[in-house]
Design a protein around this ligand. Sequence first.
Ligand SMILES: [Zn+2]
Length: 111
Amino acid sequence: MHVCKNDLVAVMSGNEAGKTGKVIKVLREKNRVILKGIKLVYKHTKPSQINPQGGRIQKEASISIANVLPICQNKNCEKNGKGVRTKKKILENGNKLRVCVNCGSEIISAE
Ligand SMILES: [Zn+2]
């Protein structure tokens, strides 16, 4: 997986191309992700205690993980703020990092 929960990602293709958002869920089995505030759809709900009227609520729909790339947050990188391809870097202690292929800086999740 090239993106993880809480990553800031850019949508590279599809109807939402050009938008950026935070990953709130990765659906590994389906190869899809849900991004905060992206691809909002209306869901119809039955009346419940919280929402006694029922009706429509807005909710994020998933998009293909292949359509998103993590954003490089290195201010000195020419791709700063844009979606970048990543590569794995293995540290001496065995930990793996995802780094921007352009500048080599670590891709850091928002939280
Ligand atoms: Zn970079």
